[in-house]
Ligand binder design. Structure first.
Ligand code: NAD
Length: 260
């Protein structure tokens, strides 16, 4: 166990992560909101996070309560432009380099921002455990729409958009509180983590289950488990290596060292 309490890791600590990455060939990366803060998207539990500024509704509240849905679309109208404008940062891009070197099995992400794909990660290797904010779907007929199309309707004054196909209730394709995770995504994440020879967790407080269970699965199967995070997490005690600091600084350095 290699621990650090400094703000940014030392060269030696980066080198240890570089060695682990160099020796691994089936890496699973688990990312949380922290990998996208350097792209300007607040994390959940930080001072500007949604936790502080207004929690999203539960699935029950959303489906049963029109007032809750109206508030949801009003917030979406205000918040989606900044999500659309956000650009991938050096941490997202470093993971693309890891993939191109043939070392990455998958990126399992709790994020809904689509920034891994926009950075150039193969969409087939990005498993979105909590869905995507860039897709809107009808809860009745299942028709999908792009986030931008529905945003245009909101901007045009339709502040409570209904499905244009069947009139049903629309929602973003993200997982709301009280809702199960997409089964296939979860099963694939678990299977790939079982097969992984390194689990790298980036920017997650490791509070939200079942994503927070992946470290235990990796450890049981003998794979080292590494955390790159600005603050403490729930599972620091389980980690083989823990680098405290900014993902956008740490990952490019470590991955550059690992690749020929
Ligand atoms: P979290 O907010 O609980 O934890 C984020 C962690 O990242 C914190 O421990 C924080 O210290 C750390 N962090 C912040 N900036 C960092 C940086 N630059 N480098 C390294 N570490 C950094 O987030 P979570 O664990 O992902 O869980 C919260 C839930 O919020 C998820 O379910 C996710 O769906 C949702 N969410 C997603 C987004 C997004 O899509 N970008 C944004 C907010 C919330």
């Amino acid at each position: 166990m290699f621990d650090s309490s400094v703000t940014e890791p030392t060269d030696e600590q980066i080198a240890v992560l570089g060695d682990l990455l160099q020796n691994a060939n089936r890496i699973v990366v688990l990312t949380g909101a922290g990998i996208s803060t350097e792209s300007g998207i607040p994390d959940y539990r930080g001072p500007n996070g949604i936790w502080a500024t207004g929690k999203p509704p539960t699935i029950g509240d959303f489906m049963e309560n029109e007032a809750s849905r109206r508030t949801y679309w009003q917030r979406r109208l205000e918040s989606y432009p900044s999500l659309l404008a956000a650009q991938p940062n050096p941490a997202h891009r470093a993971l693309v380099d890891l993939e191109h070197a043939g070392k990455l099995s998958a990126i399992v992400t709790q994020n809904i921002d689509g920034l891994h794909q926009r950075a150039g990660s193969d969409p087939e290797r990005v498993i979105e455990l909590h869905g995507s904010a860039h897709v809107v779907r009808c809860t009745n007929c299942g028709t999908m729409f792009s986030g931008e199309e529905i945003q245009q309707r909101l901007l045009d004054g339709d502040r409570y958009p209904a499905c244009p196909v069947c009139g049903g209730i629309l929602r973003t394709a993200t997982v709301l509180f009280g809702e199960p995770l997409p089964r296939e995504a979860l099963e694939r994440s678990i299977a790939l983590t079982r097969d992984a020879d390194l689990l790298l967790v980036i920017g997650s407080s490791l509070v939200v289950n079942p994503a927070a269970k992946l470290p235990l699965i990796a450890k049981r199967n003998g794979a080292p488990f590494v955390i790159v995070n600005r603050t403490e997490t729930r599972q620091d005690a389980l980690a083989d290596l823990r680098l405290e600091g900014s993902a956008g600084l740490i990952l490019p350095r470590a991955i550059e060292q690992a690749l020929p």
